[in-house]
Design a protein around this ligand. Structure first.
Ligand code: GLN
Length: 278
């Protein structure tokens, strides 16, 4: 079998299992296994594929069973940077680019950044990549997430300005003081999780999704403890679910002023920001 035939066979397997982007996914899997660029894939249509056919079939079956492509390929692009991604962390979302862009626009003079629930580290690492004065710290309760975010820092040559540490934000207080705190915390109501899209529900870590009974558990905790680790006039940036702007803005009112809600590209409320009250 040559590559062209293997693409066709793989796409057919994925179509049969009801996958919408079967051809795209098949091409990505084959490029990944053969280490081909997009152009090399085309140039090698008539190359014998037998050496890696088994591996391609194995990955195609994982995809057919609903596993997200990003876990199979092990990477996801975010803010035009490539991040390692695995089953222990949430896959970076385009929605979250709204948060990072909002932070970059409003914190040009800031140097110390803390990200709570960092997962892949995509938020602090893209801040550090685009703001050369930034020193970033990422916290996560998961050892696997911390190991992965450190690998991402190395991949992006940011290890000298990025620190990642294990911390349970619900029971501990971060060390140090920061100009800016960011968080895209778990914000789905526990009762909604069973009805999430299959690929999310069955493959992404519930630890990264579950925001407790009302979805606001982490926002409440972070709003109340943030004054302990924010510098005077420090800024807080939250990513939120589309229907949480009002509730989160209200939670911020005790300790924050200049509270603003920012929409994403789809027009949904996506970010809430505020400045620590003096
Ligand atoms: N900060 C990471 C992201 O935005 C992980 C978020 C999470 O696990 N809730 O992708």
């Amino acid at each position: 079998m040559v590559i062209r035939e293997l693409i066709k066979k793989t796409a057919q397997t994925l179509t049969n299992s009801g996958k919408e982007n079967a051809l795209f996914d098949a091409q990505q899997i084959i490029r990944h296994v053969f280490s081909f660029t997009a152009i090399q894939l085309v140039q090698n249509y008539e190359t014998d594929a037998s050496e890696h056919e088994k591996e391609v079939t194995k990955l195609a079956l994982r995809r057919a069973s609903g596993e997200p492509l990003q876990y199979i390929l092990g990477t996801q692009e975010f803010m035009s940077l490539e991040f390692f991604t695995d089953k222990n962390v949430l896959i970076p979302r385009q929605d979250t680019e709204t948060l990072v862009e909002c932070v970059l626009e409003n914190t040009k003079d800031c140097t110390t950044f803390l990200d709570i629930g960092t997962g892949t580290g995509c938020i602090p690492l893209s801040i550090a990549f685009y703001n050369k004065n930034a020193k970033v710290t990422g916290l996560d309760i998961s050892d696997d997430a911390i190991n992965l975010s450190k690998k991402n820092a190395e991949k992006l040559s940011l290890s000298d300005r990025a620190v990642f540490k294990k911390l349970d934000i619900l029971s501990q207080i971060p060390d140090g003081k920061f100009d800016v705190v960011t968080s895209n915390p778990p914000y789905i109501k526990t009762s909604i999780i069973p009805s999430l899209q299959e690929e999310v529900r069955d493959f992404e870590p519930h630890l990264a999704l579950d925001g407790g009974k009302d979805g606001l558990l982490f926002y409440k905790r972070i709003c109340s403890i943030a004054p302990q680790f924010l510098n005077p006039e420090g800024m807080l940036f939250f990513e939120i679910g589309y229907d949480q702007a009002e509730a989160v803005a209200q939670l911020m009112e005790d300790n924050f002023e200049e509270i603003k809600v920012v929409r994403d590209l789809a027009g949904c409320n996506r970010v809430v920001t505020g400045r620590l009250k003096m």
